[in-house]
Design a protein. Structure first.
Length: 315
């Protein structure tokens, strides 16, 4: 059983992730913290409340960062809809929240239950960086920290990767996260999530289900499908955040990984978190900053995970 604290910028794939975690018998969501990203922090909090209500989930919810450590927030309303859940006009009142902030809650829970909780980060890493300012040893108190973000090792020449949005939204916070001492830090990056596809057949299976969870999961899909059809010419989506949850719960979904230092580097346009290795395992041809080892997932059993995801949401 994994007892999971979820830090989320509750967009469409974040909502799918909460549905997946709630449906897995080996997972318990124990608390949630909100952060900007897919939508504003306020909308992320409202969406947490809506999904919790659908699931009958009554756990602490804490409001987190509304903007990066430096600079204004970039909000991905063009991907997830302005409200983060596809702009379907749902009534989403603010849920009851704790008096403490998201970073404060992350610190308190880890110190009260050291080694018992897993932290799953699905959005920009601002809350985690602020929590590390409160407790620099924070990650040593979580059983594991699994994040959806990063770009894996350097890709083969000529290969382009999907944007590393969660890192790009706050590179300073990401830099603090990858430099922090930890018990286990796992990076599930766009190098593996972009190829984990919920295709037409899987979407049809979800649509055919009569469960409230499956109906909600497909009801919010259109905005996401509208965005990704411009990438691939098909109405399909990658399961970014759900895959990170799957790897947290079942490490056999990951079929290859490398442990090593991760640096956050910019190219003048975008920031990425990269394992400091080339695609063939060599060090990069430039100096890089030392960092504690991060477990960087480099390959996954995507078909098996997609099957599990659909089965859980239609169960």
């Amino acid at each position: 059983m994994r007892r999971v604290v979820v830090d989320t910028d509750t967009g469409i794939d974040d909502a799918h992730t909460l549905l997946y975690l709630a449906g897995r018998p080996d997972a318990e969501i124990v608390a949630l913290t909100s952060v900007y990203g897919n939508c504003t922090e306020e909308d992320a909090t409202r969406n947490i409340g809506y999904v919790n209500g659908l699931l009958g989930l009554d756990v602490p919810v804490a409001r987190g960062a509304a903007e990066p450590l430096r600079g204004p927030a970039h909000i991905a309303g063009y991907v997830h809809g302005k409200d983060g859940l596809g702009d379907l006009g749902r009534d989403r009142p603010l849920p009851r929240v704790t008096a403490e902030s998201g970073p404060e809650l992350l610190v308190r829970l880890a110190n009260e239950q050291p080694g018992e909780l897993d932290l799953l980060a699905l959005g920009p890493l601002t809350n985690l960086a602020l929590a590390l300012r409160l407790d620099p040893e924070l990650f040593t108190r979580y059983r594991s920290v699994v994040l959806m973000g990063g770009s894996g090792p350097y890709a083969p020449p000529g290969t382009l990767l999907m944007i590393d949005a969660n890192v790009n939204n706050d590179p300073e916070a990401a830099r603090a996260v990858f430099a922090a001492p930890r018990r286990e830090l796992v990076m599930v990056g766009v190098n593996v999530t972009a190829g984990t596809i919920l295709d037409e057949r899987a979407i049809a299976a979800l649509r055919a289900s009569a469960t409230p969870v499956a109906r909600f999961a497909t009801g919010i899909l259109d905005a996401y499908l509208d965005f990704y059809q411009n990438e691939w010419g098909r109405r399909i989506i990658p399961l970014h955040d759900p895959l990170a949850a799957g790897v947290l719960l079942d490490r056999t979904f990951a079929t290859a990984w490398t442990d090593g230092p991760v640096n956050v580097r910019g190219d003048g346009f975008l920031w990425r978190a990269r394992l400091m290795r080339t695609h063939d395992g060599l060090p990069p041809a430039f100096p890089y900053d030392p960092a504690p080892p991060t477990r960087v997932i480099t390959a996954v059993d995507a078909p098996r995970f997609v099957t599990d995801f659909v089965e859980v949401l239609t169960r």
